[in-house]
Design a protein around this ligand. Structure first.
Ligand SMILES: [Zn+2]
Length: 102
């Protein structure tokens, strides 16, 4: 097999341009990317935006406290969440004090 050098031109599967090898990302695991860096960047941005939009629209299987309409229930849940976080912080603080004492 011919060893690839930086002077070899490589065809991008997206834009169809022949570019220098250093215009392509390379990973030890996957080898040279089939798209040039410019096309890879565009594809990645597009895919990220599409995935983010899909995740935003997907129904959640959990409640989001700030989206609860009933103010009394929302307030109770926020207070409960704050209590749980405070308890967790206190447990961590005690654990750190115990570690320092050893
Ligand atoms: Zn390209």
């Amino acid at each position: 097999m011919k060893k690839c050098t930086n002077t070899d031109l490589v065809l991008c599967s997206q834009c169809g341009e022949q570019l220098q090898a250093d215009a392509f990302y390379y990973s030890k695991k996957r080898g040279r990317d089939r798209y040039c860096k410019q096309c890879r960047r565009k594809r990645s941005r597009k895919n990220y935006a599409a995935q983010a939009a899909e995740n935003y629209e997907r129904p959640r299987h959990y409640q989001v406290i700030t989206e609860i309409a009933d103010p009394v229930l929302r307030h109770a849940l926020i207070k409960n969440a704050l209590r749980i976080v405070a308890e967790s912080c206190e447990r961590k603080r005690k654990r750190l004090i115990d570690l320092e004492a050893v």
